[in-house]
Design a protein around this ligand. Sequence first.
Ligand SMILES: [Zn+2]
Length: 163
Amino acid sequence: MRRANPRRVKIHRSYTVDEVARLLGVHKNTVRAWIKSGLQTSDARRPTLILGRHLSSFLHDRRKRSRQPCRPGQMYCVRCRAPKYPSGKIADYVPLSPSFGNLRGICPDCESFIHRRVSRKDLAAVAGNLEVSIPQAEEHIRDSAAPSENRDFTMEAHTHEDA
Ligand SMILES: [Zn+2]
């Protein structure tokens, strides 16, 4: 995974969206998302040009911001290198054990999967106002924890009572 390293940017150059994407190893949609979120462009010209010094300072600011923890409902996108609310405000809870798992969503800007490790008991707080689907598999984990002999015994006991 290549990092969007501000040191690759030559401040006296200007770049197209494609050139920025190639230079930093990010998706073009990521660069477009940066422009939407405040990266300056010289919009008098076509194609859109981004001045190196604007790109460099934007990346430096973004790095500082990305060190901040995700808010409730956000997951970190490794591709955009920023906390994101998942597309459609929906996420899946993917259990990795009975006590913790990953929240998984889709980055609205680059469409990669975004994840956030969460303990089961904190799920509601971490998910914020996201709509979270919890797979049936989690119920299986709980079911199989109960010894099946007990269930058979109970059924037999009931049968005897009925008879
Ligand atoms: Zn992304």
